[in-house]
Design a protein around this ligand. Structure first.
Ligand SMILES: C[S@@+](CC[C@H](N)C(=O)[O-])C[C@H]1O[C@@H](n2cnc3c(N)ncnc32)[C@H](O)[C@@H]1O
Length: 484
């Protein structure tokens, strides 16, 4: 997170994705998440024309969305007022393109995270507190980044960023293009600082809403016009495990009742949003974390879980496909689990310690660089059968429908840190689409507050407050929706 402190210092705070204020009043005793610094991850090309090759799914039919669009009334954008089939198709197609294009902006945000926190391309100290954009350390980091981009070696992140820069018209290999690239990087740094400050103001404004529902809604749409990040953290999976345990304890989820699971937006750990670790390979966690939790809680049986990972990011999907291919050849998938130095609650530490107990074996972790001396870390080698249970599928859950021939619906769908990138109309459309994917009685868990409508057969059943940090208000609410 980037914050201007009262003394005018621009500060990059080491904070994870979610922050929450706890309140004592019902019905919304707990106020949702301050999303800090989800600005995370680099991405790649996400232009529609390129992805079309991979085969897009059809836009949801007008008949399916019509009741929702009609109920949204004056919340609809002008192009969708008095909706009909033609208006819907044109708008939804265009918006799908726009959403996929926003991934590119997220990539540039990730470049800034890497610039400030990365240790793989520089020996300069990490910029946790930035006093000035012209700080010599920042300038040296920019120079080292440019140098790294010219000679990326096998550094996955630098290779990816080279492509991002090329698509933005830069040539990282040309010495004459260096100044242009440097200016571009610094412009993006300035933009990210400004965006974070605006975001901070918007967050504070939302806090002053008198109506708690309005406050929650505002906070859950905070990033609706920002670049879409791929970033992911183990803590969102800790939150999901807490919610599953809570629901099991209340007999809402019977033992061994879950076999089909969907994870919407599993993400990819490029440069962690809070601390910017880049000393280990790119990885994803959530689909495997949910498998681990379901077995640990007795809600599913080993070998009897199918997981579908829905995402719009080609990089996420390709990463999962490649892990799948390697698992077919008997290869484990090793995940690195650094534990941020921000103090976690004891339950989160316990979760971190036991992560993977049901899906793999402890492995030797990649050692952090000297700059991160003292960082606790562990690693887990996930078994091939677990990786093979997870199928990646390209789906924009807001606008596209899944293959009708696949009539098996899900028992459980989870999506964390996905819907805050959308506004009310898109959030309602996503909830409607999710209802078509769930079995009657099935559950959807999310940490974003979503607008329920009588026209959507999903009932809000409660939520689990989850605390991540020992200090104050860092945490999440995991909302439970049930398919009617
Ligand atoms: C910030 S990451 C969250 C990762 C992970 N769920 C977590 O909480 O740690 C957001 C993810 O959602 C995906 N995503 C965003 N919009 C989506 C949509 N409309 N349909 C499917 N996936 C989407 C992004 O590509 C990305 O992988």
């Amino acid at each position: 997170m980037i914050r201007i402190t009262s003394d005018g210092v621009i500060r990059f705070e080491c904070m994870p994705a979610q922050k929450m204020k706890f309140r004592s009043q019902r019905p919304l005793r707990l106020v949702l998440a301050l999303m800090v610094g989800v600005a995370g991850v680099w991405l790649f090309t996400h232009c529609r024309d390129k992805q079309t090759d991979a085969g897009h799914r059809p836009i949801i039919s007008f008949a399916t969305v019509k009741p929702v669009l009609e109920a949204l009334g004056d919340k609809l954008p002008p192009q969708l007022r008095e909706p009909n089939e033609a208006k819907w198709k044109t708008w939804a197609q265009h918006e799908d393109d726009v959403v996929r294009g926003r991934l590119e902006q997220g990539a540039l945000d990730s470049m800034i995270n890497l610039l400030l926190f990365g240790t793989s391309f520089t020996t300069q100290p990490r910029v946790i507190t930035m006093h000035d954009l012209h700080d010599p350390v920042v300038q040296s980091r920019v120079d080292d980044l440019l140098q790294g981009l010219r000679n990326p070696g096998r550094n996955e992140r630098l290779i990816f960023l080279r492509n991002v820069l090329r698509r933005s018209g830069m040539d990282p290999d040309s010495s004459t293009g260096d100044e242009k690239t440097k200016t571009f990087v610094l412009e993006n740094l300035r933009r990210v600082v400004q965006e974070q400050n605006t975001f901070r103001e918007q967050f504070d404004e939302a806090t002053h809403e008198s109506d708690q529902q309005a406050e929650l809604s505002k906070r859950s749409r905070m990033f609706h016009d920002r670049g879409i990040s791929l970033d992911t953290t183990i803590l969102s999976s800790f939150g999901i495990e807490g919610a599953l345990r809570d629901m099991k304890d209340r007999a809402m989820l019977p033992v061994r009742s879950i076999t089909r699971v969907a994870v919407i937006g599993p993400g990819l750990d490029f440069t962690d949003k809070g601390f910017g670790y880049d000393f280990y390979p790119l990885q994803t966690l959530q689909p495997f974390a949910v498998y681990d939790s379901l077995i640990r809680l007795g809600l599913a049986e080993p070998g009897k879980i199918d997981i579908t990972a829905f995402d719009i990011s080609r990089e996420v999907l390709e990463h999962l496909r490649s892990a799948h291919d390697r698992a077919k050849a008997g290869e484990n998938y090793v995940v690195q689990l650094p534990r941020e130095s921000w103090p976690w609650v004891a339950e989160a530490v316990q979760y971190w310690r036991s992560f993977g107990s049901e899906i793999g074996e402890p492995a030797a972790p990649v050692q952090p660089p000297p700059a991160l001396k003292g960082l606790e870390t562990r690693a887990v080698a996930i078994r091939p059968d677990v990786i093979l249970s997870c199928k990646p599928v390209d789906l924009n859950v807001v606008f596209e429908q899944v293959d009708r021939s696949d009539t098996r619906r899900f028992d459980l769908i989870i999506a964390t840190n996905v819907f805050l990138y959308y506004d009310t109309v898109e959030q309602a459309l996503a909830l409607q689409n999710i209802s078509t994917l769930l079995k009657p009685g099935g559950f959807f868990l999310t940490n974003d507050w979503l607008p329920g409508l009588p026209q959507i057969p999903m009932r809000s059943m409660g939520y689990t407050p989850v605390r991540y940090g020992e200090s104050g208000d860092w945490g999440d609410n995991i909302f439970w929706w049930q398919r009617q």
